[in-house]
Write a protein that binds this ligand. Structure first.
Ligand code: ZN
Length: 213
């Protein structure tokens, strides 16, 4: 919206939540009143979200260097949930509290970890075989998790560089339960979109389902 306004197209640039400031991605996810209230619930976070003027990318790098894998999962889970609830407010007029968004984020991260752990035994060999991509390339590892009973499928994406450093990581639930092949295909699609958004050109896409490779 802010970008459209800069190009002379008249749109409402005020944040739909606080109606105080122009709404950019950083404002919506990091510095809006609601976003701050949500991040403040993360008591042992490795970065200082409430005071620093970092952007998303800087914060992700801080967490990768100072935090744990679990911190990184929480960071992307909460960021995704804040954006999701912002869209729900705009398009569905559905209001939520900071407690609800925080609860959704943590449940989503926990759910995804549980779903992944249950499939981990069969993947040990795969993990041992893992190698970083050739120099100059990025490796996109994608995975889908299917609930055994009712519930939503979930997907996870990790992008690595050739020095085995994580460039980006995302986990998210899907809108409903999908079959294994469909879930893996959706994970691959999201992984390709993420790589495109990050401007990565030399990429290798890797998943577990041979049918979608
Ligand atoms: Zn705001």
């Amino acid at each position: 919206m802010v970008n459209l306004n800069r190009r002379g197209i008249q749109v409402d640039v005020l944040c739909p939540i606080c109606k105080n400031e122009e709404e950019g991605v950083e404002h919506a996810i990091l510095s809006c009143e609601l976003a701050k209230a949500i991040w403040s619930k993360w008591r042992d976070s490795p970065g200082n979200f409430l005071e620093s003027k970092c952007d998303m990318f800087d914060l992700a790098l801080t967490i990768i260097s100072q935090g744990t894998q679990c911190d990184l999962e929480i960071f992307f889970g909460v960021a995704w949930a804040i954006w999701y609830h912002r869209n729900q407010l705009i398009f569905e007029a559905s209001k939520t509290t900071a407690d609800q968004v925080w609860g959704t984020s943590i449940r989503m991260v926990e759910y995804f970890k549980t779903a992944n752990n249950s499939a981990a035994a069969g993947k040990e060999k795969h993990a041992r075989d893992w190698k970083p991509p050739p120099e100059g390339f990025f490796l996109i590892n994608v995975d889908g998790a299917i609930p055994t009973e009712d519930g939503h499928s979930g997907i996870g994406i990790v992008i690595w560089d050739w020095e085995s450093q994580i460039v980006a990581a995302i986990s998210m639930p899907l809108s409903r339960k999908f079959a294994v092949e469909k879930t893996e295909a959706l994970a691959m699609e999201k992984g390709a979109i993420l790589a495109f958004d990050l401007g990565l050109e030399n990429v290798i896409l890797e998943g577990d389902s041979l049918q979608t490779i």
